[in-house]
Design a binder for this molecule. Structure first.
Ligand SMILES: NC(=O)c1ccc[n+]([C@@H]2O[C@H](COP(=O)([O-])OP(=O)(O)OC[C@H]3O[C@@H](n4cnc5c(N)ncnc54)[C@H](O)[C@@H]3O)[C@@H](O)[C@H]2O)c1
Length: 338
């Protein structure tokens, strides 16, 4: 393709990470505009020489000097922004989830396919070196047939209430990363889902029909089972662990700690705390995913993380929501016809 000329929609927690990484890659890419109305962010962007600030995402998408859009706005805006960008044949990298409504995600998949643009969904964990190694161990048959996956995915603190209100709830906003990583590790589709959940931290989120703690069980077509444990608030950092039990062995990865040193003494064995949150724990994955997106654009390659993954992960999230509400196992075919 021609030179990559980016526009970034939203420069909050994740938008800033992508902007920093794009600059650090030194790939001769222009960032020709960012949507934000935050004064501090506008000052921060000046460090990178970005002075084309837009108040309105549509104006940025329509700009002829931009051929690729990075969508980092709140999830409830993704649908309109993807739709407009695809209609103007602009390539898109979009943060998860694609939308908060499964029917909209299905519509977007059709729009994207028809427009023939390149589209990538930001499931960054697939690009984490530890998870990649776990996947490699499975693919190379080192643990035999994978029977049970256990994913622990707990945040140190919940986002603020205004974010939570528009997030789509714990399954669509948070667990969706884990649903995707389970699909990625097993390379198979989920057929049924059971979930349970509770609010321990702040009952205000019940007003948004949300919870802060959940356990979801996924049953895959090939018999593999996954147990995913999510919590919006724990006292000891960002808890991100994966374990896969196979017929011939076990593979997994532990938390990344602030420091790998340890201390053993008469009081016990002491280790450093896990890293703080996604910004430090998954820093390599964010660099790797953007590198991959750029490589696919430059070399006209198929992107192997796209709107189909958006549909399937969103369908699992909706099955989990339904299971919680109806207190029963929900078949994926009740949610979506594949
Ligand atoms: N992949 C990950 O690890 C990860 C981590 C965090 C968030 N996310 C996803 O990224 C998206 C943004 O999350 P965040 O945590 O950065 O949120 P945030 O609230 O920190 O930032 C959102 C940004 O979007 C801007 N914005 C608000 N309304 C807008 C609109 N209508 N059009 C354009 N921009 C608008 C805000 O000014 C702000 O700069 C969400 O979809 C979220 O699910 C992904």
């Amino acid at each position: 393709m021609d030179k990559i000329k980016l526009g970034v929609i939203g420069a909050g927690r994740i938008g800033k990470i992508h902007i920093e990484n794009i600059y650090s890659l030194n790939e001769n890419i222009e960032i020709n505009g960012v949507v934000t109305n935050n004064e501090e962010t506008i000052n921060w962007l000046e460090k990178y020489g970005i002075t084309q600030i837009y108040k309105n995402a549509n104006d940025l998408i329509k700009n002829d000097r931009i051929n690729t859009i990075i969508i980092c706005s709140p999830s409830s805006f993704h649908y309109d922004q993807i739709k407009l960008a695809a209609s103007l044949k602009k390539n898109i990298f979009c943060e998860k989830p694609m939308d908060l409504d499964l029917n909209n995600v299905i519509k977007l998949d059709q729009i994207i396919k028809k427009s023939k643009i390149k589209f990538m969904l930001g499931f960054n964990r697939r690009f984490d070196p530890n998870f990649k190694k776990v996947k490699k161990n499975i693919v190379e048959g080192k643990i035999g047939f994978p029977k049970i996956i256990k994913i622990t995915s707990r945040d140190p603190n919940p986002p603020n209430l205004s974010y939570l209100k528009n997030s789509g709830g714990i399954f669509l906003d948070m667990s969706i990363h884990d649903f995707d990583i389970a699909r990625y590790l097993i390379d198979e589709e989920v057929v049924s889902v059971f979930s349970s959940g509770y609010t321990f931290y702040d009952n205000k989120i019940n007003e948004f029909n949300d919870i802060d703690t959940a356990i979801t069980t996924l049953n895959f077509k090939n018999g593999t089972m996954a147990v995913i444990d999510n919590c919006r608030k724990v006292s000891y950092g960002y808890d991100q662990r994966v374990e896969v039990l196979g017929s011939k062995g076990l593979t997994g990865c532990n938390n990344k700690l602030h420091n790998d040193s340890y201390l053993f003494n008469s009081n016990g064995s002491h280790f450093e705390l896990p890293m703080d949150f996604f910004i430090d724990r998954y820093s390599e994955s964010y660099v790797n995913e953007i590198k991959y997106f750029i490589k696919c654009l430059k070399n006209n390659m198929n992107i192997e993380l796209n709107s189909r993954d958006g549909i399937l992960s969103t369908a699992i999230a909706f099955a989990a929501k339904k299971s919680l509400k109806e207190k029963r196992l929900v078949e994926i075919r009740e949610i979506i016809n594949l």
